[in-house]
Design a protein around this ligand. Structure first.
Ligand code: FA5
Length: 341
């Protein structure tokens, strides 16, 4: 009996050392002290003893039972304390400067449209350029063949800074710098934010986006211009769009055109978005004026080119059926997050 008791105690001690949590401890208690546990099994052997020997064996078994119960309770207490320490420690580990986990945002419809256009033009070999929002009058006007006091400036009244610089009225303001940066041949688009001091309505904002494109090479003609405009529109809208090309005057192109698209909000019937005309001015364009090429350092004997100034904000409106341009600048997330990327 003595040997059996010692073996059982050793078995218990090993198991106790391995018990890592209250579930393991409970399993140990049932295994050793439960009705069908090891200690109860030893009790069965008492029948084999009699008299004093039986009494002594009974005492030893009970002592083992008490020792096991006490060891279990001490270990349970130690585990509880360790778990509590862990909890206290983790409760102290927080970071007051951590930003809140905000829900993921969404892209603005103009950004989505701009990226789509960039993808299309990159596929046709155009580079994408970025340019300043604050420019000087030479960049915005003179380099585009619009001298001081030219009536074309009236169409693009803007905001003047005290130092004489202006908020750019059109992305054409970057033409000169980009021609000078790359020379010819050249294919580039340059999207950007533009500003004009004008009355706001459903299709005019004082802050809006355009995307300029220029292509300069040998033998570039109006056919190239029309091809690129058509390809761009059919890729953006993925459906047949009615367009019309009519003569347009811009001092920096000759000849110049206005490219209008059939209003997709009303289907051409007339609505506030298209000022009841059924058409929306979207993308003026033309063959770059030789004087503008010269000011950009391009040899006009060898090179010709076309340029266009796409109304990116208006294109986004047509693409997503946005009736009022003001919805795009209002910063209303409930509206803006509805557009699929
Ligand atoms: C220009 O800005 C010329 N720089 C475009 C150009 C480039 C012509 C290269 C020829 C060669 P316009 O002022 O028409 O042109 O503006 C171009 C487009 O920008 C318009 O068709 C329209 O889609 C958009 N746009 C102009 N003003 C506003 C406005 N206030 N709000 C929203 N979109 C506007």
């Amino acid at each position: 009996m003595q040997e059996q008791l010692q073996a059982l105690r050793a078995q218990f001690d090993t198991a106790l050392r391995q018990a890592e949590d209250s579930t393991a401890l409970e399993a140990l208690r049932v295994g050793f002290l439960g009705k069908k546990g090891h200690v109860a099994g030893l009790m069965q052997h008492l029948r084999e003893f009699s008299g004093e020997a039986k009494k002594e064996a009974g005492l030893l078994i009970n002592r083992l039972k008490d020792d096991i119960a006490q060891a279990l309770s001490l270990r349970a207490e130690a585990l509880r304390q360790a778990e509590l320490d862990k909890l206290i420690q983790s409760a102290g580990q927080y970071d007051t400067s951590r930003p809140p986990q905000a829900p993921a945002g969404s892209y603005h419809p103009i950004t989505l449209t701009q990226r789509e256009l960039e993808r299309i033009f990159i596929g046709m070999g155009f580079a994408v350029e970025d340019y300043n929002e604050i420019v000087n009058e030479y960049q915005c006007f003179e380099s585009l063949n619009i001298p001081k006091h030219h009536p074309a400036r009236d169409m693009q009244d803007t905001y003047y800074l005290d130092n004489g610089q202006v908020l750019k009225t059109h992305t054409s303001a970057a033409q000169n710098a980009i021609m000078r940066k790359y020379g010819a041949p050249l294919r580039a688009i340059f999207p950007g934010r533009c500003f004009r001091n004008e009355s706001i309505d459903a299709c005019h904002e004082n802050t809006f986006f355009q995307m300029e494109g220029i292509m300069i090479d040998r033998d570039i003609s109006i056919s190239n211009l029309i091809y690129f405009m058509k390809t761009m529109l059919s890729e953006v809208f993925r459906q047949d769009i009615k367009v019309r090309l009519r003569p347009g005057f811009f001092p920096f192109v000759e000849p110049g055109f206005e490219l209008d698209i059939n209003c997709l909000i009303c289907g051409g019937e007339g609505c506030p978005t298209c000022k009841n005309s059924g058409w929306l001015e979207l993308c003026p364009c033309g063959m770059i004026h030789p004087r503008v090429l010269e000011m950009g350092g391009i040899d006009t004997e060898e090179f010709t080119g076309f340029a266009f100034g796409l109304g990116l904000t208006r294109l986004a409106m047509m693409r997503y059926g946005i009736k009022d341009i003001r919805d795009l600048n209002a910063g209303n997330l409930k509206v803006l997050e509805q557009f699929p990327s």
